[in-house]
Design a protein around this ligand. Structure first.
Ligand code: PLP
Length: 280
């Protein structure tokens, strides 16, 4: 497997990461995941802008970002990816000795790491729907930054796995925020609901795409928090992300929705997405 690290294309075994890298010590960095359709990076501009924003919010200056897209395509080629690729990009503040909690006094050189893998599509999940569980949102309150500090996500997603669910949906002060690596949607009276853009959620690119579909096809939508106690007044649910696209939710904890049947609006949004992806 060839990765891009420290300005070079390297085999994983050739990568030398300093233990003083602030990503390793403090999770002082940000990341992005992008996938391809027909070999083309999906909504690259949106992912790129979100990465730039995350970097800005945590005050990492990274100047060589403009070559990123070409590097990614080169990396896909070098790894001879057959089918579609999933790309992981991580930028940390770089390495500095001694370890200090504040930013290093001397300018560090940020560490850029990129890996690509062949994407395994979750067709069954999309067709049949999935189970999710609810978990208390113990993350920080800057979830709008795509930070690599993901311990609450790791714990919640592990809990989901133990309960045969594909994701955990976070609940903060009684309100549904989002999944560990997905945005959460619910439908009631033909209106689509999802948590508003705020510091409590990551503005998913797939979320944005879904809301664009709603606008285009005149489906009413509201960016509003849903109260956990009101969940049962909704009759369709789905989660979205780069790899999950639009995945219907048929079970929340012990509640099976509509006898496990996927809702009408979810299905129609899925079919629009499929068409867009096929023609990309
Ligand atoms: N919310 C969180 C917390 C995430 O980590 C992700 C993706 O990793 C998403 C939502 C979905 O974002 P996207 O649709 O851009 O993949």
């Amino acid at each position: 497997m060839i990765c891009f690290f420290d300005g070079k294309f390297l085999e994983v075994s050739e990568i030398n990461l300093s233990p003083f890298d602030r990503g390793f010590l403090f999770a002082d960095g940000v990341y992005e995941s992008i996938r391809t359709y027909n070999g083309k990076l999906f909504r690259y501009e949106d992912h790129f802008n979100r990465l730039k924003r995350s970097l800005k919010e945590i005050k990492i200056d990274f100047e060589n970002l403009n070559s990123l897209e070409n590097i990614i395509y080169e990396l896909i080629k070098k790894n001879e990816i057959k089918g579609e690729a999933i790309v992981y990009i991580q930028i940390t503040r770089g390495s500095a000795i001694p370890r200090t909690h504040h930013f290093p006094t001397e300018q560090t050189s940020p560490t850029l790491f990129i890996s690509v893998n062949e994407l395994v599509e979750n067709i069954k999940e999309r067709e049949n729907g999935v189970k999710v569980i609810l978990q208390e949102d113990i993350r920080w309150i800057r979830c709008d930054i795509k930070s690599i500090s993901l311990l609450p996500v790791v714990l919640a997603n592990q809990k989901a796995k133990e309960e045969n669910a594909v994701d955990a949906i976070f609940v903060r002060d009684g309100l549904i925020t989002e999944g560990t690596h997905t945005n959460f949607f619910a439908v009631k009276d033909e209106t689509v609901y999802t948590a508003p853009k705020s510091r409590m959620i990551l503005e998913g690119i797939t979320r944005k795409v879904v809301l664009e579909f709603c606008q285009k096809f005149k489906v009413d939508y509201r960016e509003e928090f849903i109260n956990k106690d009101d969940l049962k007044s909704f009759n369709e649910f789905f989660i979205t992300s780069t790899t999950k696209e639009i995945t219907p939710v048929i079970t929340i904890d012990y509640w099976t929705i509509n006898k496990g049947e996927i809702g009408k609006i979810t299905k129609s949004l899925q079919s629009v997405f499929k068409k867009v992806a096929e023609d990309y």
